[in-house]
Unconditional design. Structure first.
Length: 270
C-alpha cells in the first residue's frame, strides 16, 4: 500500500533528540537548542503544503527457516549475533521473531519504505546553514514518516494493536508491540538487502532508487521489516565471523567477496 503525507501529519513524530545529535548539540545550553529548534520549525512552516513525504508497505505471509525469513514467497537470509555466550541472553536473529516453517502455521510480517520529495535534497544550495538544515530535517521527516506509518499499520492496516494509545515520546521509547528494524541499522547492516525488499514492494512507486551497493536515493529514506511478535526487540548484531560470512553468501546466492564488501564494517578481525 502506498501512502502520501502532508508535512503537518508527520511533523509531530519528529524525534528532536536525534535532530540535536546531528548538530552536535548534546550538552549545549537549552537556550541554544531551543533557538535551533525554532529555526527548524520556521523551515518546516515554509514546507507545509509545498513538500510531502511518502511511504509504502505490504503485510505478507511469512515463516522462518533457521536464519532465513521467508516472506511474500521470497527467502531473505538474516544474520545472527555471534557474541560470546552470556547466561540468559540468546544470540538473536530477526528470523527468530517469526513462526518456523516446520510449524505448518503461516505467520505475518511486513516490509516498508519511507522517503521525502526528492527535490528537498536540492534546495538552499547557496546557503551552507540552510542546506544542512534542509538535509537534517529531510532525514528526520523520513524517520518520522516511518514512525507515523508504523503506528497506522499497528492500529489500522494490520490492526494487531487497535487500542494502542501512546504519546509521541512513548513511541520514541518503543513502548509499542513489535518492531520495525531498518536496513543499514545495527541488526540489519547489509544495505544490499534493499535489493530484495525492492523486489517485494517496488521502491520506485515512492521515488526511491538504489545505487549499486543498495543505498537509497533520496538519502532521506528508510526501509526495513515489521514484526508484531510481543517479544520481538531491537539488537546490535555486532561483529560476525568468517564462517557466518560464507554461510550468508551461500544463502544469498552471491560470491563471498561481494558479501565481504557489503559487510566489511561488521566483520570480526581474523
Amino acid at each position: 500500500m502506498k501512502l502520501n503525507f502532508e508535512i503537518g501529519e508527520v511533523r509531530p513524530y519528529i524525534n528532536w533528540l536525534y535532530f540535536f545529535h546531528t548538530w552536535n548539540m548534546n550538552g549545549k545550553p537549552a537556550e541554544e537548542k531551543e533557538k535551533l529548534k525554532a529555526d527548524a520549525n520556521e523551515v518546516l512552516d515554509g514546507w507545509e503544503g509545498k513538500y510531502h513525504t511518502h511511504g509504502i508497505f505490504e503485510i505478507m505471509d511469512a515463516n522462518s527457516d533457521n536464519e532465513d525469513l521467508i516472506i511474500g514467497g521470497m527467502r531473505i537470509p538474516m544474520l545472527r549475533q555471534q557474541r560470546p555466550a552470556v547466561a540468559g541472553l540468546p544470540n538473536l536473529c530477526m528470523a527468530d521473531f517469526i513462526r518456523p516453517l516446520a510449524s505448518g502455521i503461516k505467520d505475518k510480517a511486513g516490509v516498508f519504505a519511507t522517503t521525502v520529495d526528492a527535490s528537498l535534497e536540492h534546495i538552499n544550495r547557496d546557503d551552507v546553514f540552510l542546506r544542512m538544515m534542509s538535509q537534517v530535517l529531510a532525514d528526520r521527516l523520513a524517520e518520522a514518516t516511518a514512525e507515523y506509518m508504523h503506528m497506522l499499520i499497528r492500529k489500522k492496516y494490520w490492526g494487531y494493536a487497535p487500542n494502542e494509545n501512546l504519546t509521541a515520546q512513548e513511541l520514541f521509547d518503543e513502548k509499542y508491540q513489535g518492531i520495525r528494524p531498518a536496513v543499514g541499522y545495527p541488526s540489519l547492516p547489509d544495505t544490499s538487502m534493499n535489493f530484495l525488499l525492492n523486489e517485494l514492494i517496488d521502491f520506485k512507486q515512492i521515488g526511491i532508487h538504489l545505487t549499486e551497493n543498495g543505498m537509497m536515493s533520496p538519502h532521506a529514506s528508510v526501509s526495513g521489516f515489521i514484526f508484531s511478535h510481543p517479544k520481538s526487540r531491537y539488537f546490535d548484531l555486532g561483529k560476525i565471523g568468517e564462517d557466518q560470512l560464507q554461510d550468508y553468501a551461500r544463502r544469498r546466492g552471491i560470491p563471498v567477496g561481494l558479501a565481504r564488501k557489503f559487510l566489511s564494517a561488521h566483520l570480526a578481525q581474523s
